[in-house]
Design a protein around this ligand. Structure first.
Ligand SMILES: NC(=O)c1ccc[n+]([C@@H]2O[C@H](COP(=O)([O-])OP(=O)(O)OC[C@H]3O[C@@H](n4cnc5c(N)ncnc54)[C@H](OP(=O)(O)O)[C@@H]3O)[C@@H](O)[C@H]2O)c1
Length: 307
């Protein structure tokens, strides 16, 4: 499945991956964001990056230039509508960070390109060419509720096995963006999963209680259901609960979370560096039951980009 010496199945990822979104938030001083990047680099963990996150690449470039020995392994979002655009995003991001290759390219495919790829069309070889050229070492496939059927098709017709080392999607106590049929297939096959948005954007109590904390109404409603499960679980804090939730699934290799705060960052690293205990069986069962219901009742009807 993958070229070169990278181990199959994404087993080399750090259990917590630093998401670079907050590095691009201009509400924080640029120097503070560079310091945050340096702190995450010093922890020796993987990063998840994209040119879509404000000026995060510029912040990262400054941090990398200050300490080239600690440039992290990274997952990059690449895409979107044509193979030419995929190549362009790869070359542009490599240039922006002055690095030679992407450790992992996250295939964010939309419209006709998504369809062509999942049906095994000409785009498959064009994308694999990037691996042959050494520009992208491995791929993972991004999945949303509205692209779950296409991902399932890519598995069924063998494209996934030829191209990707795993699947990446929102997976946290409030969101599981692989719809039920795909989720069960991935688990049955034992596919490697990268879980995104560790804490679902905020503390579950804030998502439930603070107007505007949840960026969509459905998240506020889900927080009403999830908060009592968290409150009953006896886990010290939301960060630990969420890291343990993601790693309760043996297929999950990493959880990707963002923070601009050193205390939140240190907590993620502390929990992820210790042996990670899965959540108690009844806690996990309650959350899995909710995810199963949400998938059928809401997620599968969601329009692209709506959640
Ligand atoms: N399609 C995609 O590829 C895609 C989409 C979304 C996200 N992502 C990736 O996933 C990463 C994380 O996504 P995200 O930032 O949307 O979600 P997230 O990591 O769940 O949420 C980040 C937010 O949670 C706050 N936070 C962290 N720990 C907390 C805690 N214990 N209690 C309360 N708030 C806490 C952070 O605030 P502070 O800064 O104040 O700590 C930050 O505002 C992104 O950086 C990106 O790399 C990828």
């Amino acid at each position: 499945m993958n070229a070169g010496t990278a181990p199959a199945g994404l087993t080399d990822l750090s259990k917590y991956i630093y998401g670079a979104t907050r590095l691009g938030h201009d509400g924080l001083a640029q120097s503070a964001r560079v310091d945050m990047a340096l702190r995450a680099m010093a922890a020796g963990i993987w990063f998840h990056v994209s040119h879509e996150y404000g000026n995060a690449l510029e912040v990262l470039r400054t941090a990398f230039d200050a300490d080239r020995a600690r440039v992290p392994k990274m997952i990059f979002k690449i895409g979107f509508r044509t193979v030419a655009e995929v190549r362009e995003t790869v070359l542009r991001d490599l240039d922006a960070l002055a690095i030679e290759a992407m450790d992992i390219g996250q295939l964010c495919l939309v419209d006709g390109l998504a369809e062509d790829f999942s049906n095994g069309g000409a785009s498959v070889d064009a994308i694999l060419q990037l691996r042959e050229e050494g520009l992208v070492r491995r791929f993972v496939l991004e999945v949303f509720p509205w692209s779950s059927a296409a991902a399932l098709a890519a598995i069924d017709n063998g494209v996934a096995d030829r191209t990707v080392d795993g699947f990446i999607f929102y997976l946290n106590p409030l969101q599981r963006f692989a719809l039920n049929p795909l989720w069960h297939r991935l688990r049955q096959r034992g596919d490697a999963i990268v879980a995104m948005r560790t804490v679902a954007g905020n503390h579950v109590h804030a998502l439930r209680d603070v107007p505007g904390a949840a960026w969509k109404e459905y998240l506020q409603q889900r927080a009403v259901d999830v908060a009592p499960v968290f409150d009953r679980a006896g886990v010290p804090d939301w960060s630990e609960f969420c890291v343990r939730f993601a790693h309760s699934f043996p297929e999950v290799r990493a959880t990707v979370g963002s923070t601009a705060r050193s205390d939140n960052f240190e907590r993620f690293v502390e929990v992820a560096n210790a042996p990670i205990e899965p959540l108690a069986r009844e806690t996990l069962a309650a959350l899995e039951q909710l995810a199963e219901q949400w998938s059928d009742a809401f997620d599968r009807h969601a329009a692209p980009g709506s959640m």
